[in-house]
Design a protein around this ligand. Sequence first.
Ligand code: NAG
Ligand code: NAG
Ligand code: NAG
Ligand code: NAG
Ligand code: NAG
Length: 442
Amino acid sequence: MLSLNFLCVFITIFGFVYSIEECKNVSEIYKFHLGTKTPYRFVANTMPERMDYPGCEPQKLWFLVRHGTRTPSIDLIENMKERLPEIRDLILENNPKPSERLRNSDLYALRKWKLKIDSTKEKILAHEGEDEMIDLAERLQMRFPSLLPSTYSNTTYYFKYTKSQRTKASAKYFAAGLFGRQSVRDVWYPTPSKKDPVLRFYKLCSKWKDEVKDNPESVREKQLFENSSHMLKAIEAMNYELKFKDNQRLSLEDVHLIYMTCAFETAWYRKNKSPWCSALTSEVAKVMEFTEDLKYYYRDGYGYEITYKQACVTFNDMLNHLESTSQYPKSTVYYTHSGTLLKMLSHMGLYNDSKPLTHKDFDQSGNKWRVSKIDSFGTNLGFILYRCDQKYKVLTLHQEHVVHLPSCEEELCDLDQIKEHYNDSIHECEFDEMCSNNENDL
Ligand SMILES: *[C@@H]1O[C@H](CO)[C@@H](O)[C@H](O)[C@H]1NC(C)=O
Ligand SMILES: *[C@@H]1O[C@H](CO)[C@@H](O)[C@H](O)[C@H]1NC(C)=O
Ligand SMILES: *[C@@H]1O[C@H](CO)[C@@H](O)[C@H](O)[C@H]1NC(C)=O
Ligand SMILES: *[C@@H]1O[C@H](CO)[C@@H](O)[C@H](O)[C@H]1NC(C)=O
Ligand SMILES: *[C@@H]1O[C@H](CO)[C@@H](O)[C@H](O)[C@H]1NC(C)=O
């Protein structure tokens, strides 16, 4: 047992990019396949050790943060309210006695289950999301005390969020983590906008909207996978295991609804297992996760060039902050959305598989592009500038783990090397031009 735990911790520290698979508890496999609804605690580096490099002094910090765990969209809440009670009754009817598959505690929890969210509370930061932001801020402050002082100052810090409750609340709880709850009201924020050119640039990009977001072709690989034998067999097996009769069969939509509910409830409640996770099979969790991998690969990832190319505006904002000759602000933190984080990760060339992801690549261990790991709630990507003698170097953190940029072997990457590798991002970033923006369009 001891060695197992040790292996688990070891892998969590050093193997984040490679696999969290090894340290799973067999009955909790589903936890590692929750896609973009994965809570941050499953992927975070929670060791708040100082990130000191001999001879180097941290100078500036820039972070992009996805809002923490939230409540579902109104459509999903409505579906949950309508369909889940029907499915619950069928499961209970078909499984009157406990079994290996559905234990007494599972059936009890299912019988007692009620949706604790109503439609007026859509897409708001959940309690877990508040904790995620407080904890993230506290750990970052322990690592970089000189860049994240515990007394707020309008000159030291620059914070900004998009126009949404969940990013605004994320900013508030992050500030509570840094300065304490009493001081959060002192923090100044610029007026948020829905289509912020740095925080949510894609909302301003006509070409991305036409070529990607509104293009049915962009969901083709996802649909092909939904029709694949992997998917059909997984749904079939779940129906069989839950003893559903032919005229009761759970559809793809039903199974997806169960998966989403399992994911959200796992994120919301640290202690109690959602009964919908008990109903799910691990194979279904895996195919659902891969469906998300495909969906986001083609919408926010490497699938189309314009998607990640346009993120040069955010990349340049980061570089300008790090390179600014002014000492202030020392730290810039942006609270934004999954779509921004994934496009920025792709712009940096991170988690780029050697060939495009397709419906044929259902292979949990081989793919780098796995949204459960790279795009959980609270996902964050940070760049920290160090001065080492006369040289400037940059540390890159994703989910608080050190990551190596494609051009760099070392943890601290030469700033000049970064500027050379991303030369096009710097010199060819005509946003309106690459987005084919017409003044009339926007
Ligand atoms: C695995 O998880 C189950 C259910 O949460 C728990 O009862 C069991 O003790 C865990 N086993 C190990 C080895 O951690
Ligand atoms: C500081 O706060 C004020 C509002 O109180 C704001 O107008 C100003 O732009 C802020 N930023 C800096 C860097 O002073
Ligand atoms: C999936 O299968 C359905 C039913 O056979 C079919 O109508 C649909 O066109 C298929 N979708 C794709 C993307 O192949
Ligand atoms: C992703 O990887 C492919 C294959 O190695 C490479 O051709 C492509 O340039 C990479 N994309 C980015 C944005 O780095
Ligand atoms: C960077 O790009 C500019 C403009 O495209 C070009 O003039 C310059 O030579 C490039 N520098 C490097 C190091 O590739």
